[in-house]
Design a protein around this ligand. Structure first.
Ligand code: ZN
Length: 184
């Protein structure tokens, strides 16, 4: 379940879902998971696969900072959620895909890109909205295209609201104020 996976990742990697992560963080996390990261300009964004009993994430090094984190994070999400089995064919990352596995892996990438802790800070100031998140995203990645940034902001707020709903359904306190090490 995505919620449990997020909690596990938060415990395993204290920065996860607390601080915005960089490409360097993503590569370090892959290494810690025993996944080999390779660059390949032929890959549209990123893909994950097993080859000769080894796990790989292959990514295009020419992506923007945001796309690198979202796409490598997406593939990392597949491994963290146990989606990538040794028998599976390579799968390309699709960060806006609607299938359950893709969406769940995507959520991991989105939390790495714009952590819940950051959205909680906006919420606490009464400023959790598209404009504020857009400003934050542009501040972090000046090269990101406007349309893409807006679409990502919409997705990220939807994910935030969805996770808060899940917390309510689980009858757990909705944590708008983020205690140390916990984000959702
Ligand atoms: Zn995927």
């Amino acid at each position: 379940m995505i919620y449990t996976a997020i909690k596990t990742l938060e415990k395993r990697w204290p920065l996860f879902n607390r601080e915005p992560l960089t490409k360097a963080h993503c590569l370090k996390l892959l290494e810690e998971m025993g996944v080999i990261a390779l660059e390949d300009r032929q890959v549209p964004e990123a893909m994950a696969l097993w080859y000769q009993k080894k796990a790989f994430v292959i990514y295009n090094p020419h992506l923007s900072d945001s796309d690198l984190v979202l796409n490598i994070g997406h593939e990392l999400g597949h491994f963290a959620l146990g989606h990538i089995k040794s028998t599976r064919l390579p799968i390309l990352s699709r960060i806006f895909s609607k299938t359950i596995e893709e969406k769940d892996a995507g959520i991991i990438g989105f939390l790495m890109w714009a952590p819940t802790a950051e959205l909680c800070r906006m919420y606490d100031k009464g400023r959790l909205n598209i404009e504020e998140l857009y400003r934050y995203v542009k501040f972090r990645d000046g090269d990101i295209e406007e349309d893409k940034a807006l679409r990502l902001c919409h997705s990220r707020i939807r994910i935030f609201n969805g996770l808060q709903r899940t917390l309510r359904q689980l009858r757990m306190p909705v944590q708008f104020r983020v205690p140390p090490y916990f984000g959702i």
